[in-house]
Design a protein around this ligand. Structure first.
Ligand SMILES: Cc1ncc(COP(=O)(O)O)c(C=O)c1O
Length: 148
């Protein structure tokens, strides 16, 4: 690619925030293949796909887009400590939701939402942050069906 004067120049420039359009198209094709659907099925998702240098950058971008100072973010407890630091930077209030062997407890989530609603702050809830597969630090994965 670098030997090609047009592609080579492009490759050595800064890209767009969303990521290279050819890469995004290729990722969409890969996703379609992985999901076993016909090529083109996910075309409409292309403009919503963002390529980042890692999940940390994506967490930053999503939080920057959605969270204002004083907003509430519900997080499973325990959660990835670096994300708690990021929320602090944005002035967000992190509210921990208890987990069990099935991951985040939906009943505790409902309790927390009811409590926040009773305080008249439901509109300040902007995100629920859960790591659904092999959470850090617990290693738990969210169950497909609630237990009990
Ligand atoms: C839950 C979680 N999110 C994000 C990250 C950061 O990932 P990345 O290196 O892709 O930015 C880590 C790294 O340990 C992690 O455990």
């Amino acid at each position: 690619m670098l030997g090609d004067p047009v592609e080579g120049r492009r490759a050595l420039q800064y890209g767009t925030t969303r990521g290279d359009v050819k890469l995004r198209k290729a990722l969409i094709r890969l996703l379609e293949k992985t999901e076993g659907v016909a090529p083109g099925s996910f075309d409409e998702a292309q403009h919503r796909l963002v390529v980042t240098t890692g999940s940390q950058q994506l967490l930053y971008l999503v939080t920057e887009a959605l969270v204002d100072p004083g907003d509430i973010v519900l997080v499973e407890s325990p959660t990835y400590f670096v994300y708690l630091g990021l929320l602090k930077t944005f002035g967000a209030r992190a509210v921990g939701i208890e987990t069990d062997d099935d991951g985040l407890r939906p009943d505790r989530l409902e309790d927390a939402l009811a409590e926040i609603d009773a305080r008249g702050e439901l509109d300040r809830v902007k995100l629920i942050y859960t790591i659904s597969e092999h959470s850090n630090p617990s290693g738990l994965s969210l169950a497909e069906e609630p237990s009990g």
